[in-house]
Design a protein around this ligand. Structure first.
Ligand code: GLU
Length: 491
């Protein structure tokens, strides 16, 4: 069975590029009805941040990429926190020592620092010099007896070629002379990432390791570890880095790279996943919009690019607008209400008082105009204010052929007449209203803009807002008439 995993070291919020790693792992597993697992790599205790695990679980739930097993649903590979698996790693370290595939290293921190400095000065790659590689068993015994701090290092074989296949990057070859004798067990007796990841990936029967390209240089060490244990390595796929529009690697810890920040701005999960799936993956069709189900069906690691993918917020906005436009208003409104309850309760409480019918009318018009939910408030606030300040000077607009207030006034009078002629019968739809207005405007000497611009200003008191007819539809006749009359009185 195909089993993939996401194995973060939780030190912060979930990054947007990690969400892509999660997604690719999820898609590969689900496509073959396999399993997607989550494992917390928390062996670097100094960097571990506890709340980040909760945040991660919450986000995975929100975006619908839940792992198949997690503490609530433990399977045979429990526990999933590496810090709770220390005994397991100890056993495997001992096995490597016994097989002479690893060795004790008693070098002090100072010695290693000095070595690094010397190598840096000579412009040679910084690497352990193998000082403890050939200690006699007596020397080792003695040092252990004297309780000298030690690490355990991988005994990288000499003059060997390490080769592995990568589904994205194809064949990778590295000579062992270029591989460091990697520390496997640290002085605090915690394993390093390399040992723990290899042991767990093996024990958890992971078939595909999908992680980002930064880990490619570590993979030869992992392959050597698999060999040392006599295990078959899984399939590797190193996915490209995400770059900003400046082609530089996305920064690590600015709020803008956290998935949470995108949810806070009101991006829809389906848009986010769809866009992220395409960062580095070429579906080989002109089609760009895919639901999660379609992604599961179509995604192929073989179609993932080798080079970095550009994360372009404008493109994400384009995807989000698409999903906003095509979503059913009722369902989307529910999502929007949940969004407000979480991120702007005050505004939610304020608009709730106006009733669902009114709110949904506004929402229906706005969903085609905003790029994401956080743009809603500033564009609709005026529809929730009882009294708005009159902006008479906005009525004049030479571009709309309204050079003075006289023309604006005329325009408003025509609008008012059209609305009054309805005799309190609200319009059925904006389209019906459009037909009525066009018919009526034709009978006058005036242009559409000369009537609709001042009407829009009178209804919104804003320089920019949704169209006049949409506003009339939202506000209903009575309120629209009141507002226009108020302006007319004050010109
Ligand atoms: N703990 C590593 C990380 O957070 C996992 C790398 C891997 O997937 O093997 O990046």
């Amino acid at each position: 069975m195909i089993t993939t995993r996401f194995a973060p070291s939780p030190t912060w919020y979930l990054h947007i590029w990690s969400l892509r790693t999660v997604l690719y792992n999820y898609l590969v597993a689900k496509k073959e009805s396999g399993k997607f697992m989550l494992r917390i790599e928390d062996t670097d205790r100094s960097r571990f941040v506890e709340w980040s695990v909760e945040n991660l679980i919450e986000i995975l739930k929100k975006v619908g990429l839940n792992p198949d097993e997690w503490p609530n649903n433990p399977w045979k590979f429990w526990p999933y926190f590496q810090s709770e698996r220390l005994d397991i790693y100890k056993k495997y370290i001992e096995e490597l020592l016994k097989k002479d595939k690893a060795y004790y290293c008693f070098c002090s921190h100072e010695r290693l620092e000095k070595l690094r400095e010397e190598q840096t000065e000579l412009w040679i790659p910084t690497k352990y010099d193998g000082n403890c590689r050939f200690l006699s068993s007596e020397e080792i015994e003695e040092n252990l007896k004297n309780k000298i701090d030690y690490t355990v290092r991988l005994k990288v074989p000499k003059n060997k070629e390490v080769i592995f296949e990568d589904l994205v990057k194809w064949k990778i070859k590295v000579m062992t002379k270029d591989i460091d004798d990697q520390v496997l067990l640290k002085t605090d007796w915690f394993p390093t990432y390399h040992l723990a990841a290899v042991v767990d990936d093996h024990l958890m029967e992971i078939t595909h390791i999908i992680r980002w390209d930064e880990w490619t240089p570590s993979t030869p060490k992992h392959v050597l570890l698999y060999e040392a244990f006599g295990w078959t390595p899984p399939i590797f796929a190193h996915i490209p880095l995400l770059l900003g529009t400046d082609r530089k690697k996305l920064s690590k810890r600015t709020w803008d790279v956290s998935v949470e920040s995108y949810l806070e701005k009101g991006y829809l999960v389906e848009a986010l996943l769809n866009y992220i799936a395409l960062l580095g993956w070429n579906p080989k069709t002109t089609e760009e919009f895919f639901s999660l189900e379609e992604l599961i069906e179509k995604f192929e690691l073989k179609q993932v690019h080798k080079s970095g993918a550009i994360f372009d917020i404008e493109k994400l906005n384009f995807f989000n607008s698409h999903y906003l436009k095509k979503s059913d208003t009722e369902e989307l409104y529910k999502k929007f209400s949940d969004y407000l309850k979480k991120y702007d309760l005050e505004f939610f409480n304020k608009i709730e008082k106006f009733g669902e019918i009114y709110n949904k009318k506004i929402f229906h018009e706005m969903k085609t105009k905003i790029k994401k939910f956080d743009e809603y408030k500033e564009n609709t606030n005026f529809l929730y204010e009882e009294e708005s300040e009159l902006k008479i000077d906005l009525l004049v607009n030479p571009k709309m052929k309204i050079p003075d207030l006289e023309i604006a006034k005329k325009g408003l009078e025509i609008s008012l007449e059209i609305l009054k002629n309805r005799e309190n019968k609200d319009f059925e739809s904006i389209w019906e209203m459009k037909d009525v207005f066009i018919e009526e405007i034709k009978k006058t000497e005036m242009k559409n803009g000369q009537i609709l611009w001042p009407t829009r200003v009178a209804l919104s008191s804003k320089q920019f807002s949704i169209w006049a007819l949409e506003l009339i539809f939202i506000l209903w006749l009575k309120k629209s008439i009141e507002k226009i009359e108020k302006y007319l009185k004050n010109i």
